[in-house]
Each structure stands twice: as C-alpha cells, then as structure tokens.
Design a protein. Structure first.
Length: 169
C-alpha cells in the first residue's frame, strides 16, 4: 500500500488530496482533557483535527482511492495520503505499519491534518505518546493564560490540557 503511494506522481497525489480530503474536510475540535475553560480560538486552532465526515464516523481513517487509469482501486489511510501530499519528497517505507508508521501527534486515528502527522521508524515512538495529556495551559478565571507547559515529547503532542489557576497557585 505504502509503496503504491510512492508510485503516484505528485500531481496525482495533489488531485487525490483535493478530491478526497480537502473538498470534504470537517474540522474537529480538540478534546480538552482538563478543566472546562474556553481557550482563545487562536490558541486552539493548531490543535484542531481534520477529517472527512464518513471517516470520523468510522474512526478508522480509511478511504478508497482510484489509482490507475484502468480504475484499479486502493484502500488507503487518509493520513497516509495527507502525509505524502505534505511531504512529496519523503519516500514512505514499503513496510509502513510494520515498524515504521505515520504517527498522530493528536492521538486521533481519523485525523489527516499534516501538522499532526510525523513519520516514525519504530512503532515504540508511536505508542510512547499514549496517555500523554499534551500541552498544559494554566488559565485565570478571566481566561488569560498564566502558564504553559509543553509535554515531554518532541515534537509535542497536539493535545490540550487546561487547568484553572487556583487561589494557592
Ligand atoms: Zn489531529
Ligand atoms: Zn506528549
């Protein structure tokens, strides 16, 4: 599957991305893991995920794409296509999914936002992010950010944790 993506021309990848992902993009709000405090839209924007409606419902991230002129069809993960679209010069390993993988910085398997994706060579780099709360924002009751701490991962996880600044902080 992954090697077939490498065989597609950059132009075809662009076409497929536009037809399958961009034209049907749905923006999904980040899941706030901490206290329920509304953060500023500018702060939240980079944490928003992208999906297409049926993918979000299935939570799988699978799409069908037409590969050849003859109509041969290929099942592909939307985020693999998005990664290749955003990184046309990167050779995606043919063993993708079997060691090397496209890792979700947001932890959401349906997401195909390129800034939420990175290629990792070993599966352990993917699983290392499980359970991470992401970047923590400590916010005053007025909604002002008093403090921000990035998670220990690099690049940092695209998850938001907000905590209300308590009277004793
Ligand atoms: Zn995402
Ligand atoms: Zn993390």
């Amino acid at each position: 599957m992954a090697s077939q993506l490498n065989q597609l021309t950059a132009r075809r990848i662009n076409e497929l991305y536009g037809m399958k992902l961009e034209a049907h993009r749905v923006v999904v709000e980040p899941e706030d893991l901490g206290d329920e405090i509304a953060l500023d839209e500018d702060i939240l924007e980079p944490y928003k995920c992208w999906t297409v409606e049926n993918i979000q419902r299935n939570a799988q991230g699978r799409i069908r794409i037409q590969v050849g002129e003859g109509g041969s069809e290929l099942k592909c993960f939307s985020y693999h296509l998005a990664y290749k679209w955003a990184n046309p010069d990167v050779e995606v390993p043919s063993t993708l999914g079997n060691g090397p993988s496209i890792d979700h910085l947001c932890g959401r398997a349906f997401c195909h936002r390129p800034s939420h994706l990175q290629l990792v060579q070993e599966h352990k780099h993917n699983t290392a992010r499980i359970g991470c709360f992401g970047n923590m924002f400590v916010v005053t009751e007025q909604g002002e950010i008093a403090h921000c701490t990035q998670c220990k991962h690099s690049p940092s996880c695209m998850k938001v944790y907000t905590s209300l600044l308590g009277p004793f902080n």
